[in-house]
Structure formats: C-alpha cells, structure tokens
Design a protein around this ligand. Structure first.
Ligand SMILES: O=C(CO)COP(=O)(O)O
Length: 131
C-alpha cells in the first residue's frame, strides 16, 4: 500500500516518533512524504521515503496530485489546528481530495494509530479493487 505522510512543523517530532513506533508496519509499505517531513522521518528511522518537494515549494500539490490519481491508499497528515502556513490552502486541499476520493486520512496521531493498525490487519485491501 502507498502511504502519504506530512506534518505541520509543530507536529514533525510527533510524526518522527510515530514512524519509529510503527516502523515495522511502515516498512512493509511504500512511503511518500512532503520534503521536510520525509527527510526528518529518514533521519530517525531506517525507512526509505519517496520525498516530494518541501510542502511550501509545491510538495503539498504533488501529494495532492497523487491523491487525485488514486495513488495514495492512506494519508497521515498530522495537523496543528493553530498553525497558519503560507501553503495552508494546498494542505486543506489534500483533505478535500481525500474526501473526494474516499481515501482514509488521519489528521491526528490517535486516528493515525487506528489506521495504521487497521492497514496491518488487511482492512484496507479493498483499495486494491479500485486501482
Ligand atoms: O508544508 C507542510 C506542512 O506545513 C508539509 O511540507 P514539509 O514536510 O516539506 O514541511
């Protein structure tokens, strides 16, 4: 399965810790991340991450394009509800695209844990039928 990963700056440490904790599951899947998030994940895990550009430089749009193409099976976007970023519209668009294409998406770590365990159980195998 293809997993999209991104996080607001204040949640970058959290996504690193999440990836450390779930390294075993994540390593069985293909990982895609916006630039900075991807570099930070690789720094603390031995996971290989396909990295787009940094979010504000177009990486969030690249991620959005992959969601639109039905390439992502699950998206984990750890958001800071108080963060105001220059590319906020692109990031909101990612959530909109996930809803449009019925892609499972987690915006906080509690839901991310549920989804990743669910993925590991095979609950998302229905996604294979839509490719
Ligand atoms: O823009 C983002 C969140 O603010 C995501 O992109 P980066 O992972 O490159 O920071």
């Amino acid at each position: 399965m293809n997993i999209g990963l991104l996080a607001h700056d204040t949640k970058k440490k959290l996504i690193q810790n999440f990836c450390i904790a779930y390294r075993g599951i994540l390593s069985k899947n293909d990982l895609f991340a916006t630039g900075t998030t991807g570099v930070l994940i690789e720094e603390v895990t031995n996971l290989t991450v396909h990295k787009y550009l940094a979010g504000p430089l177009g990486g969030s749009q690249q991620m959005g394009a992959e969601i639109s193409s039905n390439h992502m099976d699950l998206v984990i976007f750890l958001r800071d509800p108080d963060a105001l970023k220059q590319n906020e519209k692109d990031l909101d668009y990612i959530l909109k695209l996930c809803d449009k294409h019925s892609i499972p998406v987690a915006t906080n770590v509690a839901t991310a844990e549920l989804l990743i365990k669910s993925l590991d159980r095979g609950d998302l195998e229905w996604r294979e039928m839509y490719k």
